[in-house]
Ligand binder design. Structure first.
Ligand SMILES: C[S@@+](CC[C@H](N)C(=O)[O-])C[C@H]1O[C@@H](n2cnc3c(N)ncnc32)[C@H](O)[C@@H]1O
Length: 348
């Protein structure tokens, strides 16, 4: 019923306004024609145009009457609107003096480009410059992964990405100091497929699990911790991951596990103790192969809470330098507050 009203309204448009429009058009037509320079022909053509325009208008109002009587479907009306919008934008672009199709094509091509740039893990998933470590770039930044040694299981709350039926575990730098060092650009970790590793302070095995992924079937990790509570969980993890073994020992006394642990490619230490540097040097002296790599995550606060962390790190550097060659050192911020990471080798 509303449509009828609208139709009526359109039909009952006062003739004056129509005439006004007509006279306006007439004036515009005349001026256009005079600009074009035609005299008789132009008058002829303007009157012909006028009559044809009136005819068009009548036929349009006839059409609209017909369409309202036929009750157009919702979709039809939408279609009409779309056409109107198109017509409007068309006019606008004409006013701007720009070619519509050219502009439309530009917009279309920009949209296509944008959608093809949508970040997908698969697209940016590459083997990183460190063997056994994978990286992907997304809007959030770079993320590192290791290929799961034990597919179908997660160790902590890490994210899993599956590509062609292979599971990759995202390495969380906030939960792993070795992870934090890698995210901060450390590349001399010495851990690669087939490596043997002595891990001091393994806890429940968060970082060990990623190391286990990297070293794979051919490698082996000895995970040592003094706390029975965390060791219990680590034992369960070692049952699933056959390239790891638990050692419930105190890292102060390497002599207690020399019969179990052979010379290794990597000694890694994450132990929050006052004498952590002494423990590290002792274990490197006992277990690190000649060409092996030693890594230590130093926590300033557990060495001395009263001193500035940077002072402590400089002191640690001097002590390490006396015995070993430092190949890399860097902060673990922003992932770990007041922590520093050192990579060392035996002096030659
Ligand atoms: C910060 S946590 C290690 C976290 C682990 N690296 C990880 O990323 O999942 C420190 C661990 O060192 C262990 N620890 C402390 N003193 C130790 C010692 N003298 N010998 C062996 N382990 C020790 C603690 O029991 C604790 O589990």
């Amino acid at each position: 019923m509303r449509k009828d009203f609208r139709t009526k309204k359109r039909d009952s448009r006062p003739n004056n306004s129509k005439n006004k429009n007509n006279s306006k058009n007439e004036r515009r037509d005349n001026s256009q024609d005079s600009n074009r320079g035609g005299s008789n022909n132009s008058t002829m053509s303007s009157s012909t145009k006028r009559s044809s325009r009136n005819e068009n208008r009548n036929s349009r109002s006839r059409d609209s009457n017909q369409s309202t009587n036929n009750m157009p479907k919702r979709d039809d009306r939408r279609g009409n609107n779309r056409n109107n919008n198109f017509r409007r934008s068309n006019n606008h672009s004409k006013r701007d003096g720009r070619n519509t199709t050219e502009r439309d094509n530009k917009i279309r091509s920009r949209t296509r480009h944008k959608s093809s740039m949508t970040p997908k893990v698969e697209l940016g998933f590459n083997e990183y410059r460190l063997k056994g470590i994978y990286s992907s770039k997304s809007k959030r930044g770079i993320a590192f992964y290791t290929k799961s040694y034990d597919p179908g299981n997660i160790v902590y709350d890490e994210k899993i990405v599956s590509i062609k039926n292979i599971e990759y575990r995202e390495w969380n730098p906030k939960k792993s100091k070795l992870g934090a060092a890698i995210y901060n650009g450390c590349s001399q970790i010495g851990i690669k497929p087939g490596s043997t590793v002595l891990y001091l302070g393994c806890s429940t095995g968060t970082t060990c699990s990623h190391v286990s992924d990297i070293i794979g079937e051919g490698g082996f990790l000895f995970g040592l911790d003094v706390a029975p509570r965390v060791m219990r969980e680590f034992v369960f993890l070692c049952e699933k991951r056959k390239n790891m073994a638990p050692l419930l020992k105190d890292a102060h006394q390497p002599s207690q596990y020399t019969d179990v642990v052979p010379k290794v490619d990597v000694v890694f230490q994450d132990i929050a103790q006052r004498d952590q540097v002494d423990i590290f040097i002792k274990n490197c002296d006992t277990f690190l192969k000649e060409n092996g790599t030693g890594m230590i995550a130093v926590k300033a606060r557990s060495m001395d809470v009263t001193r500035r962390p940077n002072e402590i790190f400089e002191e640690v550097r001097k002590v390490l330098e006396e015995k070993m060659a430092i190949c890399d050192s860097r902060t673990l911020e922003p992932y770990e507050k007041d922590h520093y990471f050192f990579v060392v080798k035996h002096k030659k």
